[in-house]
Design a protein around this ligand. Structure first.
Ligand code: F6R
Length: 616
């Protein structure tokens, strides 16, 4: 989604801003722009397309100055055009503003401003905010920095919706004002320079000392320092955090794509999700971050897991794991639906919100609704500084490291790993024996080796993928724990290769889906060696009987039966049933990746998609 980078210091701002925007490319965008302050004016360059296009525009018409703001836009209000790209100006042309989020009451505000004679250049909600700030400043009796901050405050009091903003004004060449409500904003502290960004990865090559702004806070930033206040006009305290992220973490290394790098990081990311959390002595998982005693956990009667996209698919695996190991009734719900449903939730319902970024608007809204209703609401997040992580009553961090590829990969396997730990803990304080707990721990400890074995098959999987890359439609089937993996495999394929793909429980085939089966429509069956292996085999026979090509993901030792009827077979190593979703999902990540590469798709920047969806 949209990204913001601001710089104030002694160096040329434009190259720093462009580099920061490049690091935010992964979030998804359709246009970009930069504004710098030079010689008493605001210089601006905007382009539709890639950061490279903006860089070329600046190359042919350079802009100077040591203070500036910049933005990548993912269109919500108004088409993808240069006029709608940020920064936007106020009526005087001296104030420029970049904005993430949505101003919900922009239409009535715009009508009111137009009545006063304001003329707008774009269809965006953002331009309304720029005009509001400019109008408030031009009405004030002073032309001081304090008066500009007051004008921002005045404008923000008039808007409803969400915002993360950066503002510069031609009369204050060494000042940026930032503010947030609902859209993340971080302030970076350097020596003789300061930064503003919507995502710390944009500025981590310059500084690791940051202040995360809270909702309704306004920061006035100069090269030498910053002050914080609130939209209500009060002072605000802050903590300086040293981020645990290096330049290397946010780079591609030797990999051709972030997605491939992150697929290969899964031995480490899954290890990190388990690190220090398995207790052989007590045959259970230790999850102190839940902030709940065993007695409180034992009184939980029902669990609701909520999230979006891949996070919801991981939740669906979690539903099986929790019910299987702990016998606690568990339900998964789209975060986008959670708020609008009247889910029957007893007072002993525990809610988990799941989000890699910790900033997904729908998931955040579900968290707030659940808390509003008085339920204890825990987070399973990767981004420790995120809004969801901060607003949850407790939770479990995934420790997967930054995930930059738009298609979620390592976050899925880390989420499933964390849910397996939660299932083990809940099981052990109920009926699960210590012998069973010990066995599960030993099995989980084999996961990194099993993942390494799957990753070693990349070339074999890639060869199969290339054979099916020209398909127009693909079906994914799995049962039980591997049904959510079928959904996830289909999602991975469609989002990066644009092949129409859907996932189903294998037996659903005969209730309608089978009508799609023909010689041009491959079916991917996830059929590891588990309790439903032979049921899957029968479903494969049904597809083969109708001339449909079948790719099966099976288990070493059971490959023979699959090879007899399937066109292609990819085998995962022998593994306990509860771990198979992690291994089969990695096969499907590699499969989707190589199809997309074969088709020449932009794997890390799929069309229309954003990494972190911060609007509803
Ligand atoms: C798919 C994908 C999305 C995200 C979803 C939730 O590959 O990445 O479906 O899983 O947007 O994102 P988070 O986990 O950040 O809340």
């Amino acid at each position: 989604m949209c990204g913001i980078v601001g710089y104030v210091g002694r160096a040329e701002a434009a190259p720093i801003l462009l580099e920061g925007l490049r690091r935010l490319e992964y979030r998804g965008y359709d246009s970009a722009g930069v504004a710098t302050l030079e010689e008493g004016c605001v210089s601006v360059r905007k382009e539709v397309g890639r950061i490279d296009d903006l860089k070329k525009a600046i190359g042919s018409h350079p802009i100077g100055g040591t203070t500036g703001i910049s933005h990548t836009r993912w269109a919500t209000h108004g088409k993808v055009t240069r006029e709608n790209a940020h920064p936007h100006f106020d009526r005087s042309g001296k104030l420029a503003l970049v904005h993430n989020g949505v101003i919900e009451n922009y239409a009535s505000l715009r009508a009111q401003l137009e009545e006063e004679g304001h003329i707008f250049q774009s269809q965006t909600d953002t331009e309304v905010l720029a005009h509001l700030v400019g109008r408030a400043f031009d009405r004030s009796s002073e032309r001081t920095q304090g008066a500009l901050v007051a004008a921002v405050r005045d404008a923000l009091r008039q808007v409803t919706g969400t915002y993360g903003i950066g503002v510069v004004h031609a009369e204050f060449p060494g000042l940026i004002i930032g503010a947030r409500r609902g859209s993340p904003l971080v302030l970076g502290i350097g020596k003789g320079e300061h930064f503003l960004a919507s995502d710390v990865s944009a500025i981590v090559s310059h500084t690791r000392d940051v202040v995360y702004l809270n909702d309704y806070e306004i920061a006035a930033i100069t090269e030498d320092g910053f002050t914080l206040s609130t939209v209500e006009g009060l002072g605000a305290d802050y903590n300086v955090t040293t981020v645990d992220m290096t330049d290397e973490d946010v780079g591609k290394g030797d990999y051709t794509h972030f997605m491939l790098k992150e697929i290969h990081e899964q031995v480490r990311s899954v290890t990190d999700a388990m690190r220090g959390r398995l207790s052989h002595e007590e045959a259970t998982a230790k999850l102190g971050g839940l902030n709940m005693t065993n007695a409180e956990l034992r009184s939980v009667e029902r669990i609701v897991l909520t999230g979006c996209g891949t996070a919801l698919h991981a939740a669906m695996v979690g539903e099986y794991l929790i019910e299987h190991l702990a016998q606690v009734p568990t339900e998964c719900e789209f975060a986008s639906e959670f708020r609008y449903r009247n889910l029957p939730m007893t007072k002993d319902t525990l809610v988990f919100v799941m989000s890699q970024s910790g900033e997904t608007a729908d998931t955040l809204a579900a968290l707030r609704e659940s808390k509003r209703k008085g339920h204890r609401t825990l987070g399973i997040c990767n981004n420790v500084a995120s809004t969801i992580a901060r607003e949850s009553d407790g939770g479990v961090y995934m420790h997967a490291g930054p995930e930059i590829g738009v298609a979620a990969t390592k976050s899925f396997t880390s989420q499933v790993t964390v849910l397996a730990l939660i299932a083990l803990l809940l099981g052990r304080i109920r009926n699960l024996s210590s012998a069973a707990g010990s066995r599960i721990i030993s099995e989980m400890e084999t996961l990194p080796d099993l993942i390494a074995k799957v990753l070693a098959k990349e070339e074999e999987i890639a060869a199969v993928a290339r054979r099916y890359a020209q398909a127009k439609v693909m079906l994914f089937m799995g049962r039980q724990l591997n049904y959510p993996v079928a959904l996830e495999g289909a999602l991975k394929l469609k989002e990066i290769s644009y092949i129409a793909a859907s996932g189903y429980p294998s037996a659903e085939l005969k209730h309608g889906v089978i009508a799609l089966v023909n010689a041009e429509t491959p079916s991917v069956f996830i059929a590891p060696d588990d309790a439903v292996f032979h049921k899957n085999l029968s479903n494969i026979e049904e597809v083969k009987a109708r001339g449909g090509p079948v790719i099966a993901i099976g288990t070493e030792g059971k490959g023979g039966e699959l090879s007899l009827i399937c066109d292609d077979v990819i085998l995962i190593p022998q593994a306990p049933e509860i771990l198979t979703p992690i291994l089969t999902s990695i096969v499907l990540q590699i499969f989707a990746y190589h199809i997309a590469v074969e088709l020449g798709c932009d794997v890390d920047k799929p069309r229309n998609l954003a990494k972190s969806v911060t609007v509803e």
